[in-house]
Design a protein around this ligand. Structure first.
Ligand SMILES: Nc1ncnc2c1ncn2[C@@H]1O[C@H](COP(=O)(O)OP(=O)(O)OP(=O)(O)O)[C@@H](O)[C@H]1O
Ligand SMILES: [Mg+2]
Length: 341
């Protein structure tokens, strides 16, 4: 069975073909809108939707050409149904349903975060349920107890800004550009870890929630007090102080969740999951705390069609309902614990 995955929940158009016979991807393509949104320092929803309209069909043609496949050889179309930006979701859903109608094949609407959650399966044959997931993306920061396919229990989440959003906002304050995560990661390598000690919010609260707005304000206050134009070294020191603080909180809460549940498998997904300093720290700690940690390939941390095609395949394997009426409805607000198999 060949599943076409279409991701368009935010500012990346991603398409992929997953083949259930070979249990692998046939091909995947992505078009990031970073250049479109860069000058605004964040995603502009209307521009994101319009750009998806321009990119998805050419991407589909490229995908089919890369995998030497005719459109009608696709068996099922999986598309991101939510959560996300309404306009962007509508473009992906309408294209998915139009293609499906034209070739008389069913569609399946996928929860975007389920796509992220399952993404490590694409490159880790030894990963099995259950596990604890740290989902750290541009819009979410959650710790989830993943019992089995479709059985997700939200242990805790951010009370304000998401981790990726915090990286982006701090990068903007430091004039490093968008998206901020990779820029902060890079510049912090030259930073002195002993200059700025930023707060570790909610580190000692006895729960699995996060809060990053105070950390963000703390960084902003330091930048304001320096007043003069920031020198590159000073930016690196601030970035390093911030990175150490956020990684401390993320890793400590992961370990607390593992201890609390008795699970010994951790998966880290979403854009911030590509962060090399976060991976390094989690890899160092695994021996001491006796856990195994799994990540998606770096290219599948941020939004992509491969995780949507794969989630579609997993849902079909678990007998989820397929839709043949093509009356798509999107769910811009959709909690992870509201999904059912
Ligand atoms: N190496 C990195 N280090 C830290 N953050 C990173 C890195 N690479 C990407 N990011 C961050 O990841 C975020 C994008 O991730 P992703 O595409 O998963 O989020 P999203 O899809 O916008 O949000 P959501 O999945 O919650 O809807 C951005 O905020 C970006 O700065
Ligand atoms: Mg995402």
């Amino acid at each position: 069975m060949i599943i076409l995955g279409i991701e368009s929940s935010c500012d990346d158009s991603g398409l992929a073909l997953y083949d259930t016979h070979i249990k692998n991807l046939r091909s995947h393509v992505i078009c990031s809108q970073n250049l479109v949104h860069k000058k605004y320092g964040g995603v502009v929803p209307e521009l994101a939707a319009r750009t998806h309209i321009q990119t998805i069909i050419p991407l589909l043609k490229k995908l089919l050409k890369n995998s030497n496949l005719e459109l009608n050889k696709i068996d099922i179309i999986a598309y991101t149904k939510g959560p996300g930006l309404s306009g962007s979701l509508l473009v992906g859903a309408s294209i998915a349903c139009s293609i499906a109608l034209s070739i008389n094949k069913p569609v399946i609407g996928i929860h975007h975060l389920e796509g992220h959650l399952l993404s490590p399966f694409l490159s880790n044959n030894s990963l099995t349920f259950p596990f604890i997931a740290l989902l750290v993306s541009g819009g979410h920061t959650q710790l989830i107890k993943v019992n089995s396919m479709g059985n997700y229990f939200l242990l805790g989440e951010t009370l304000d800004d998401a981790a990726g959003e915090t990286f982006d906002k701090i990068a903007k304050m430091l004039d490093l550009g968008y998206p901020g995560g990779p820029k902060i990661s890079l510049i912090s390598e030259f930073g002195d870890p002993n200059i700025y000690k930023f707060p570790r919010p909610m580190l000692y609260t006895n729960d699995f929630n996060f809060s990053f707005s105070g950390l963000k304000t703390s960084v902003l206050n330091v930048i304001k007090n320096i007043k003069l134009d920031l020198l590159k070294q000073e930016k690196a020191n601030i970035a390093r102080g911030f990175l150490d603080a956020i990684i401390d909180v993320l890793t400590s809460k992961c370990i607390a969740a593992l201890k609390n549940t008795g699970f010994n498998k951790l998966v880290v997904v979403g854009g911030v999951g590509a962060n090399k300093q976060l991976r390094k720290k989690l890899n160092i700690l695994k021996k001491k705390y006796n856990y195994t940690v799994f990540y998606p390939k770096k290219e599948f941390c941020t939004d992509n069609g491969a995780m949507i095609a794969f989630a579609g395949a997993m849902r079909i394997e678990n007998n989820s309902n397929l839709e043949l009426n093509y009356e798509f409805n999107i769910k811009p607000q959709w909690k992870i614990n509201q999904i059912k198999i």
